[in-house]
Design a protein around this ligand. Sequence first.
Ligand SMILES: [Zn+2]
Length: 517
Amino acid sequence: MRAKVHVLMATGDIPALAKLACHAGHTSKNCCHICNVVGQTAGHGQYFRTLPGTTIRTIESFRSFNPDSVLCKGLKRQSPFASLMSFTGPFFFALDEIHGLCHRISKQVWGLVCGKYGSKHPLFLSARAQKEIGAAIEGTRGSIPTSFHAVDWADFLLFVVPTLVAEYVHDQDAQKALLGLVQACTLLMSWELSAKEQTSIKRNLIKWNSYLEDHFQNGKVGIEIFTIHQHLLHHYLAMIVVFGPPRAYSARSLERAIGEYFRLIKSNSAIGANAGNVMLRLAHTRYVDVNGALVVKARTIARILQYNDKSAGWPMTEKGERVGVDSDIEFWGPLGCRTIHDSIEEISCLPVLFAKFYESKGVECSTIDLALTTSHKAFVNGCVIDSAFAHKVQREAHHVCLQLQVNKTTNTRPGLSTALKVFFGKVVLFFEHVNERKRWPLASVLVYSTMMYNGVPVVRNGQMKPKVVHLVDVKELVRLVVSDATVNITTATTTAYIVWPELNCGPKLSLGSFADI
Ligand SMILES: [Zn+2]
């Protein structure tokens, strides 16, 4: 096969983009490589209020560089990329979400909390509150990492800000503006964006900007808040029109590779040559891995259970279609054997739970097979989920979101109808059970009692209810953020927020209760 390769964009952090675009960089007066905004301060350190009327740089200003032209201000010379046929203008030097949103905007929010931009605005929190948030993050180490690399800053923005930070912000406008910013960033980090979601991003970013503007104008926030990153936020939507959501061309995967290169580059004098050799060597190793993997796969295939027969318990829609028919479900080893009468951690009533499960599926189970094939790990909907049983791990990956069909009785229509409700719980163990000559991929879970707080589901007072579920009911891996501050509000001893990437952008949750199951 022959193919032509075209360079469609170049991306990186702000200094890298400046180099690629031959732009003077964000410390110059004409700091933005995308638009003609002008810095507000004299001397070193430039800040940029995003005011109406700034124009986007033209494609010609890059293609026909002229140092005397006003349109070329901030450009140092002609970028080699500008002469490519595929060059599209300023967005060719695309903004990277991992550096721009995760790292810089997260840091800026933490800066507001800590008083870096002034202490008279409602987002500034007392030293005690800051310390408590820090301690809560530390306490959730297993599920939210605290070593703040760019990717971990994403966790801070997506999970810590709407929970641990928001609960300390009592001013309603401040809280709304902040949660709006988080929602906009969450959407900007997603793989797909509808027109409605793009409108919501725009609305939230404008709200955040005018919130900062208001506080700047009444002297409560310093001009330092208007960093280049705060400014660039407003260019994301136009970039999405050109290239689609930034997640698809993010430097996330590169970040890991860079870490690996960084460890391997030892030379002090010929860094470039050393880096080149390291890259070639790694590429060779990968090539061998790809070819060697075939052999390894053949050997390990017996350790994995796959499910192609969707008739074993896959739920049906009202139209008679199978739900989750696209989901790949696999059990990963180590596999083991147990019987239905064994008690597994906190669950000692498996026969009852099995009977209840098969009854809900309308399956005969008068003579139930006692044997279970157990598994410690499962692959569901693109997530690798651990079981809590006999598993000591650094990072908990066994909290899940479940979507279960529950019976509901309505006053208007007597009799039973079903509804889908959302539950959260921890997976104790995965197992395959053979019933009616079909292989059923199942999990025993402890379902949490939950309620909504500040738009986020929280686990209530540690109550749990055991249940056997079909793996297709497991929708997503979630994490817990434990807080002490909500104690009085939810009358619980400890409260844990339940968080996951789509939390802030998904539709409203229809939370189920213990009575439903
Ligand atoms: Zn700009």
